[in-house]
Design a protein around this ligand. Sequence first.
Ligand code: SF4
Length: 387
Amino acid sequence: MSNKALKNKSFGIYVHIPFCERVCIYCDFFVTTARKYRPAFIESINREIHYVASQLEAPEARTIYLGGGTPSFLVDGQVTSILKSIYCNFKKVENCEITIEVNPNNVNSEKLDEFSRSGINRLSLGIQSLNNKELESLYRNHNRDQAVSAFVTARKAGFKNISVDVIFGLPGQTLENLQNTVTGIIKMDPEHISIYNLTIEERTYLHKMVKSKKVVLLDDEREFEMFSWLSEYLEKSGYSHYEISNFAKDGFESKHNSSYWNGLSYLGFGPSAHSFDNSRRWWNVRDLSTYIAYAGIENQKIIEAEEDLNINERITEFVFLNLRQKRGINKKVFLDTFGISFDAKFEKALYESEPYINNNSDVVFLNQAGMFLYNQVCLLFVKNLNE
Ligand code: SF4
C-alpha cells in the first residue's frame, strides 16, 4: 500500500490470481503458466493482505472479487486460504458479494463445494462462445460441452448467482454464430451476462496475427449490427443492459464492478492489481518474482507507480465511468462533486455528441450508437474539458 494514509475504510477488494493453464491469443492481463509458483504466491498474497490491512483502522470489505488469470486453477484449498486471510483482516459487510472467476475446464463439484463453503456466492464463468471453432481460434482450452456441463455443475453445487462471459466481434464470426451462442446461454438462465467486444491489445499474439494479416477483423458495421442485436435481444429476454458490456436480471447487477463505475474505493492485491482511494490510485508490479519476494515484507517495492488525480483527471474519470452506465451522468451529482455546472462546462461536447446521447436537464446518457462508440464519444468530452 502507498505510504499516504487512506481516506476510506470500506473497500471493494480485488485479488489478482495470475495463473492460467495456457494463454489465450487475445489476453492482455498479467498471467503466467508457471503453476509451480502457486504455493509461494499464496503465501505472498496472504502477507500482502495482512500488511495492507494492518495499516488501516477497522477496514471493511464491501465486496470481494477473485479474478485473474484463472482463480479456479488454484488447488488444494488455496482459494479458501486467500479468503480466510481477507476475513481475518477485513470485516465483511452483511450480504457481501464474493465472486470468483472460473473457467469451464477446471471446475468440478469438489472445487465448487470448496468455493461455496469458503463463502463465495457468485461465479463468473468464462464461457466466451458456444462454438467450438471459435473457442479453438481463441486458444481457449474448453469446448461447448464442457461449458454447458460446468454451468450445470455450478447450479447443482448451489450457486444462485452466476454470470457468464461472452466475446463478440471475433475474426470470421457471423451474426448467426453469435446468436447461437447467446440463445444457448439464455437457455442456461444465468443471472448476469458480460459481453465484451474483442479488442486487439498490443502485447498479444492476436495483435501479431492481425499485423501479419493472418486474420482479418470484422468491420465496424458488422460489429455494430452484433452489438445492436445483443442489446435488443437481451433486453427482451429480461436482462437489463445496465453497462456497456453488462446485462443483468433485476437485482443481479455486479456490486463489485458497479462500485468501480461509481468511483468507490477499492484495494487490489496480487501482481498488476490496481487500487483506488478518493483521488489517488496505485498499482502493483507486473512481475511474479518481485511480487513473491517482497509482498508484505518490503511492500513499497511491489508498488509499480501511483498517481494523484488533478481536478481535470477526476472530471474525466467521472465522465468515463458514468457514461459506461445506462443511467449516465447525473448533472446534480456532478455539480455537488465538482461545484461546476455540467451543461456549462461541456456545452461543446454535448452539441458534438448529440447523435449519440440522450440529454435532458437532469441526466445525459448514451444511446445505443453512443454505447458502441463509447471511446470516441468520451474523447469529445475530454477534448472539450482540456480546451
Ligand atoms: S483464461 Fe482468461 S486470463 Fe487466462 S489467458 Fe485466457 S483470457 Fe487470459
